[in-house]
Design a protein around this ligand. Structure first.
Ligand SMILES: *Cc1c(COP(=O)(O)O)cnc(C)c1O
Length: 371
């Protein structure tokens, strides 16, 4: 049977899921047995490649977890913290807030240091709080806060967290694969990301990178059966690619293809340049069209950008969104609470030509100018 893949009806300029290549999508046209060696060897190769992308240091391992990225974050929080653990979360957006909510839902004591959505985390406050509250065992933060597009100072925070001997958990969901990083050098004990962000796979699982000792330290601590990070890792590691429960087979196979394509592109170093160039072209083009960014350039990540909504009576996001969608581009609503914004992502199978086309579509659809 011949199957022609439909053309994408629109490009996703969102924080995930992202536009993926046709070749990634095409790998999902066959079925795999979750218990078969062929499939399990794909899982093993994916795990090994993820570790290699995450660090040049030895001793690291990786576990894949079913669900969206949040499931993996919840798996780490619910498994890494011991019964008498206490979490400090650095919050400057919805994703940091979500980590705190996970802890609250799991009845884990949590201290929230909220610097506001438009500020970087307050590292002096982090130091003071760790000094004052010796019950804190773990610190969590988001690398790229997708709410605004802000890139947070993870390495600097890691330095402080480690100087107090605490465990450091980093949500690098929207940055891993799109920005060069080394989990060992940023002193993260747990690094979390997912299939449908900068590796450019399709949604269906997340992954956690940690040392083998860190994984082992979570044994017997989980507050959930299906999100038990240690059990999942133990089954996958000793079973050489086996999952405890039904695995997202098609998604994993597509992810293996996405990893191959990342390698072909020239690995993370090259992809990071493409994303950065996309982001810079987007911002300079939008500024020419009269838009302003929410953040100053030095706080901005090369992943997603928040723009201030036009201050014009005729503007409304819904109409802007629908017009762009009809012309092949899906953008994202804002998520900042004290500013009216919209977001445009530039990660995924997106190239400078796409940004150029987007800018001309936006130029032609500033309907509020004529009102
Ligand atoms: C996408 C994302 C997540 C996970 O969101 P899901 O909707 O569960 O995939 C978590 N943290 C950050 C920073 C993200 O960008």
């Amino acid at each position: 049977m011949n199957i022609t893949l439909p053309d994408n009806s629109y490009l996703l300029l969102t924080p995930g899921p992202l536009s993926t290549s046709k070749t990634v999508k095409a790998t999902m046209l066959r079925d795999w047995c979750t218990w078969d060696n062929d499939y399990n060897s794909i899982v093993e190769s994916v795990r090994a490649k993820l570790v290699n992308l995450a660090t040049t240091s030895d001793g690291y391992t990786c576990v894949l977890m079913q669900g969206s990225g949040t499931f993996s974050v919840e798996s780490v929080i619910g498994s890494a913290l011991p019964e008498d653990g206490k979490l400090l979360v650095l919050v400057n957006g919805a994703y940091g807030q979500r980590i705190a909510k996970i802890a609250q839902a799991l009845r884990i004591p949590v201290v929230i240091l909220d610097s506001g959505e438009q500020e970087t985390p307050n590292l002096q406050q982090l130091r003071d709080t760790l000094q004052a509250d010796s019950d804190i065992t773990h610190v969590a933060m988001v690398h790229c806060e997708t709410t605004t597009g802000m890139l947070n100072p993870v390495a600097e925070a890691g330095e402080i967290v480690k100087s107090y001997g605490k465990i450091f958990i980093v949500d690098a969901m929207s940055s891993f694969g799109g920005i060069e990083m080394d989990v060992a050098r940023m002193q993260a004990d747990f690094l979390i990301s997912s299939a449908n962000k900068c590796i450019q796979g399709v949604p269906g699982f997340g992954f956690i990178i940690a040392t083998r000792e860190m994984m082992q330290s979570a044994r017997g601590q989980a507050r959930s059966l299906s999100l038990d990070m240690y059990d999942q890792w133990q089954a996958m590691d000793t079973g050489k690619g086996k999952w405890r429960f039904t695995s997202p087979t098609h998604v994993v196979r597509a992810f293996a293809q996405a990893l191959d394509e990342l390698e072909t592109e020239g690995s993370i170093a090259k992809r990071a340049i493409r994303y950065r160039d996309n982001q810079r072209a987007l911002v300079s083009g939008m500024r020419e069209l009269g838009f302003e960014t929410l953040l100053n350039d030095e706080l901005q990540s090369p992943i997603i950008t928040s723009f201030i909504s036009p201050d014009a009576p005729g503007y409304n996001f819904r109409e802007f969104y629908e017009r762009l969608k009809a012309q092949g581009f899906v953008i994202y609503p804002g998520k900042v609470s004290d500013a009216d914004t919209f977001r445009i992502g530039n990660i995924g199978e997106i190239y400078l030509e796409d940004i150029g086309r987007l800018l001309s579509v936006i130029r032609a659809n500033r309907f509020w100018l004529s009102s």
